[in-house]
Design a protein around this ligand. Structure first.
Ligand code: 5GP
Ligand code: ZN
Length: 117
């Protein structure tokens, strides 16, 4: 845990969040400022600052996050593929639009129009 990281504090329960899913590796919760009718974040419990720090040893963790996303998207109300679907975004670094420096996967979906994108 990084004591200055808001997402580590969310994982630790020190900052409240609306939980979507939790297991030994990851925590998923609704974004506080949703861009789409469905918008949640999947984060590793391990503090990895961004995709730029991902190493081969993290492949299983990233695979877990990626395979979880479609299931959680349906659980949270995204319609099935191909009429429905969802968008996965991982902003990385300042020019990648990253604001919180704890790796997170945005999962967005639901009927359009969306606020952004
Ligand atoms: P980034 O721009 O880093 O890819 O996305 C960070 C996301 O985290 C933003 O969409 C923002 O709304 C969300 N966020 C920031 N702080 C909090 C918080 O305290 N709680 C929740 N639920 N979401 C947050
Ligand atoms: Zn963190």
């Amino acid at each position: 845990m990084n004591e200055h990281c808001i997402f580590c504090k969310i994982v630790a329960g020190q900052i409240p969040s609306r939980k979507v899913h939790e297991d030994e590796l990851v925590y998923a919760f609704h974004d506080i400022h949703p861009w789409a009718p469905v918008h949640f974040l999947i984060i590793p419990k391990l503090h990895i600052p961004s995709m730029a720090q991902v190493e081969p040893a993290h492949a299983g963790l990233l695979g877990h996050m990626t395979s979880l996303a479609p299931r959680l998207a349906l659980q949270e109300g995204c319609r099935p593929y191909p009429e429905g679907g969802f968008r996965i975004v991982i902003n990385t670094g300042a020019e990648g639009g990253q604001e919180v420096h704890h790796l997170h996967m945005h999962v967005m979906g639901g009927p359009r129009p969306w606020l952004k994108g």
